[in-house]
Design a binder for this molecule. Structure first.
Ligand SMILES: [Zn+2]
Length: 109
């Protein structure tokens, strides 16, 4: 069995190496809204078969914006926003491991 610190180093390396695969990440949050288009003959006119409108809410130059996303890009964009969550989760874990090591180091000085 490896000592815990070796396992931490291994995990840290794995997380850092995995960050490259998240390089296409996008900021913001993804939302799907239902809406009617207003055309009287459209399938959405019954108020049930509504159109999907995909949006991301994001800060642009510090200002909150809702950007419309074409339906054909929605799944890609959703994944890229999910990458950001995984990136931040990995960063938080790396920081936690490093802090643990730092505090331990400090103790044994
Ligand atoms: Zn419609």
């Amino acid at each position: 069995m490896n000592p815990p610190s070796d396992r931490d180093i291994g995990l840290r390396g794995k997380l850092i190496r995995g960050l490259g695969s998240l390089r296409e990440m996008l900021p913001g949050s993804f939302a799907e809204r239902k809406r009617s288009c207003g055309q009287p003959n459209c399938r959405c006119a019954d108020g049930k078969n509504l159109h999907s409108q995909f949006q991301i809410s994001v800060l642009v130059d510090g200002k909150p914006k809702a950007l419309n996303i074409p339906a054909e890009l929605a799944e890609k964009v959703r994944e890229k926003i999910e990458m950001r969550r995984r990136f931040e989760s990995a960063a938080a874990t790396v920081c936690r491991l490093n802090l643990k090591r730092f505090l331990k180091d400090k103790e044994t000085r």
